[in-house]
Write a protein that binds this ligand. Structure first.
Ligand SMILES: Nc1nc2c(ncn2[C@@H]2O[C@H](COP(=O)(O)OP(=O)(O)OP(=O)(O)O)[C@@H](O)[C@H]2O)c(=O)[nH]1
Ligand SMILES: [Mg+2]
Length: 218
């Protein structure tokens, strides 16, 4: 009887678990964001910014929301580490791509890498949120400016690609994705906008075509 009740209790209280990967160039603020999320949602606070160094490999963090566990994978963004990102694409339920809205000089590098993420077939139907970080900085581009900068960059790229034989490959899919792309502004350091971004991920993974992982207790 005990086991039956225990099983029933576990069934009723089980939580679906979803994985979210956080990617973007080195220095964009991914680990600062992950640690801020931990501080906002967990009893044990995450690391403070002064304790965070460049990520070589990955960091993880879990938060519990109503009926859901979100498992975050913060992947290192340095050039040599980016080639491991694709290994996470098959099993993730959402992607947060972080851009440093303050670093104008590296925006096009950020878009170049973003574009290569978008072209991965495994993530075609996976929710993807573009996060414009460092909104606390007076030099940071706003969400609107970031969106325009990406569209301009993309347009320029298309124009130069017209001379290329492979022009147009996968372009329709990408256009649809860009048109419906959600961009949110946050400050990982100050925490502004972070809860709204987590809410977005929480809602979107529920509707994601990819089913949850086996939840804890299921
Ligand atoms: N002003 C400001 N600085 C930030 C913010 N988030 C991160 N930073 C700073 O940006 C730098 C890089 O932050 P990280 O979180 O280590 O960046 P990362 O994306 O994890 O970098 P890699 O691990 O190398 O891929 C650090 O100096 C952070 O303090 C923010 O919201 N505002
Ligand atoms: Mg990092």
């Amino acid at each position: 009887m005990y086991h039956l009740l225990k099983g029933l209790h576990e069934y009723l209280t089980r939580k679906e678990e979803f994985s979210v990967i956080i990617i973007g160039l080195d220095g964009a603020g991914k680990t600062t964001l992950l640690e801020r999320i931990k501080t906002l949602y967990n009893e044990t606070p995450g690391l403070t910014p002064d304790k965070i160094g460049p990520t070589v490999g990955q960091n993880t963090g879990k938060i519990t929301l109503p009926s859901t566990i979100l498992q975050f994978w913060d992947l290192g963004g340095q050039r040599g580490i980016r080639n491991i990102w694709h290994r996470y694409y098959d099993d993730c339920h959402a992607i947060a791509y972080v851009i440093d809205a303050e670093d104008r000089e590296r925006l096009s590098e950020g878009w170049e890498v973003f574009e290569s993420v978008l072209s991965a077939p495994q993530i075609l139907n996976i929710p993807l949120l573009l996060i414009a970080n460092k909104q606390d900085s007076p030099q940071a581009l706003s969400v609107e400016e970031i969106r325009h900068d990406y569209e301009d960059w993309h347009q320029r790229k298309l124009e130069s690609a017209r001379r290329n034989v492979r022009f147009g490959e996968g372009e329709t899919d990408r256009r649809e994705r860009i048109a419906s792309l959600d961009v949110m502004g946050i400050s990982a350091i100050e925490g502004t906008g972070v809860k709204a971004a987590v809410d977005w991920l929480f809602i979107r993974v529920q509707n994601s075509r990819r089913g949850p992982q086996k939840g804890i207790g299921s």
